[in-house]
Design a protein. Structure first.
Length: 331
């Protein structure tokens, strides 16, 4: 029987920096490829308020590459003290000695962005200009380090691989086989820029692998939802999807939406820059799509989110919600 679960948004995506060793063609850099490094104390203060007002209790650190953020360990320690569950998405290009330090600081989970295990397919995803010899050597080294860190992380932390699926199915299929063999969690994501082509590739992989749909988790007040599939009655993996959800005070009348070029809708709250700003749209800059932190707490968008959150919270408390949120939503 298909299990359908509903939840409120539980995490804030925090773009710590813009620096990264990769230059992936599909990477949206959280909407801003030049954002400055965040101030850790601003982030902590903001998370305190979000936790109280919007019931967020998770912080998801992105970039750029978050392990290049110089205050990562310190930030995780500080947010852990205020009851935040911490996770990062990394490309895996870091010294293995960092993993136990992250765990000791209070990191709860790590997602590895790995999109190919074959060096030439890996290179096709990059905008780097290299000759074949140097490029293939670099790519193989990147793959080897990322895979090694995945294996080591699995022994310490809740570990998952994120794989963005493009035109070709072989890369994602290889990663699915790797994760199945090593019992590592996997989430397939569609390439937003490719639209239907990416979704068709994912569907081809699901059909070829004879995966069975067993679960569906819908995040309310967000365009995010996840489908869970099972292989061989044992291994379970997820497919992250985007549904049509828009924030009325933000998205009504948007020209990008009218032209059918908004591929994310309203996904959720992102934090970026120094001083800290709130980003509500992946594609547009300027107010109200990107706001100063103090302005956001006075905005129509914040009032709409706060009201919708409270309405949905009351509804979910009377219904069957995900186990993780039962305690947090009663506070």
């Amino acid at each position: 029987m298909l299990k359908v679960k509903f939840c409120l948004p539980r995490s804030v995506r925090i773009k710590l920096n813009s620096t990264c060793q990769y230059n992936c063609k599909f990477c949206h850099q959280e909407g801003n490829s030049s954002a400055q490094e965040v101030n850790q104390d601003e982030v902590v203060a903001c998370l305190k308020k979000f936790k109280k007002e919007l019931f967020f209790y998770r912080a998801h650190y992105t970039g750029g590459e978050p392990t290049l953020y110089r205050n990562l360990i310190s930030l995780i320690k500080k947010t852990k003290k205020i009851g935040i569950i911490n996770s990062i998405t990394s490309n895996g290009q870091f010294d293995p000695s960092l993993l136990p330090k992250l765990k000791d600081a209070g990191l709860d989970s790590i997602n590895f962005s790995i999109h190919s295990l074959e060096k030439f397919s890996f290179l096709k995803l990059q905008n780097h200009k290299m000759n074949i010899k140097d490029g293939s050597t670099w790519a193989q080294n990147c793959i080897d380090l990322a895979v090694s860190n995945v294996i080591n992380a699995e022994k310490l932390l809740n570990t998952k691989i994120n794989c963005v699926v493009g035109d070709e199915f072989s890369s994602a299929e290889d990663i699915l086989l790797f994760c199945t063999k090593n019992n590592i969690k996997l989430r397939l994501l569609n390439d937003l820029s490719l639209g239907e082509r990416s979704l068709q590739t994912i569907n081809f992989i699901l059909k070829k692998s004879e995966a069975n749909l067993i679960g569906h988790e819908v995040t309310l007040i967000s365009s995010s939802h996840r489908l869970d599939y099972q292989l061989n009655e044992k291994y379970i993996f997820g497919v992250k999807c985007i549904r049509n959800f828009y924030l009325k005070s933000l998205c009504d009348g948007c020209q990008i939406r009218k032209e059918g070029k908004c591929y994310e809708g309203f996904y959720g709250i992102r934090l970026e820059g120094n001083p800290l700003k709130v980003r509500l749209c992946l594609y547009r800059n300027g107010s109200p799509f990107v706001q100063k932190l103090n302005d956001f707490f006075k905005s129509r968008q914040y009032r709409e989110l706060k009201k919708d959150t409270e309405d949905v919270r009351q509804y979910l408390l009377k219904d069957d919600i995900i186990e993780e949120q039962k305690t947090n939503l009663k506070k």
